[in-house]
Design a protein around this ligand. Sequence first.
Ligand SMILES: [Zn+2]
Length: 390
Amino acid sequence: MNREAALMSIDHVDARRGSESLRRWRQTQYARRCRSQAWLLDRVGHGRQLTIGQLGALPRPARCGWPLTGVGIRLYEGRAFLHGAQHCASPWACPTCTVLIRGRRAQDLRHAVHWWRQTKDNHRLVFVTLTIPHSKSERLGALIDLAASSWSRMRGSHAWRRLADRTGIRHHVRSMEITWSPTSGWHAHLHVLLFTETMPDAKTLKKSIHVLWAEAVRALDPDRRPVSKRHGVTVEPVTDDGRLVAGYMNKTPDRRDIALEMTRGDRKQGRRKGSLNPFEFLDDGTGIDERTARALWCEYVDSTYRRRTITWSRRLRQDSGLAGMEPTDRQIIDDAIHGLPVINLDPPAYRMLRRSPSIIATALQLVEDGQVPLAETIIGQATTMDNPRS
Ligand SMILES: [Zn+2]
């Protein structure tokens, strides 16, 4: 085999491996959505048929994927997706919408990061994590409120403005991340990406931010344990190519993409031992019993409803050349829903697909690989098996 042929066959193997892992990934997302919806419906209906009033009162992620009109598979920029169904546009609690929304936020942030690094040689980025001491029994909603309000209080203070002037902080982006662990319960923490004009001394910056953060948390919740001096605030420099180098003393550093680190809390898994990303409540084999997982998931869906995942400082989007206003979660979902109709689905076929994560994943994969007739055959056979009389 000559070199070119060898390279092509490597490409082919990579592409096959890539499409196989995409199929498996989709299957997981659709399986998670099925389970989330079963739990959310069951909470209201207790296994009985729901009334119209009950259906209307369901949280939006419970209705994601319900058919509107003319459901089918479409292809847009090489990616196949189900079209014609409701989208809940939840940036937190929907295994399918969250991915689309956060993917777009990551893209915007990557653009801003690149712009900042390109504009001047001295421009730097600093990644800050802000945490709050918490106990195992605390409710998630209260923790989210406290984290968000403490940040607003700190950022609005004169002391913060003075610090920003002194250290050359010109812009920031803030995001919230939520995890849970059996030993310490819910953990809602903030990531803040600072756009600075020069590289501030990390130790000094950490100390200064710690003073302000601890003060803001104390002002809002005087009875809480004080913010930890060691772990309450961390400050990490971002490399020139937009990455975080975890434990840079290590021989094999884990180089994390800053845009993903800021926006894709939904993707992280088992970073810290025993700590779960809330989507993992929907998976088998996490070691948590189903009743607990179900209660935690429902609490998560309720507590994150209508909360923002990410906020940008004024002018950053405009200055970096991102068009106008920040798109809402709903707009991102609506934008993602163009595409060429490829396969139309009748109601029984669509009902079968909604219940069968592995068949959806396979059908979408086949459409992307150009094997539309095979996708239709598989859908047709599975629908017949699902509805033997039709
Ligand atoms: Zn959704």
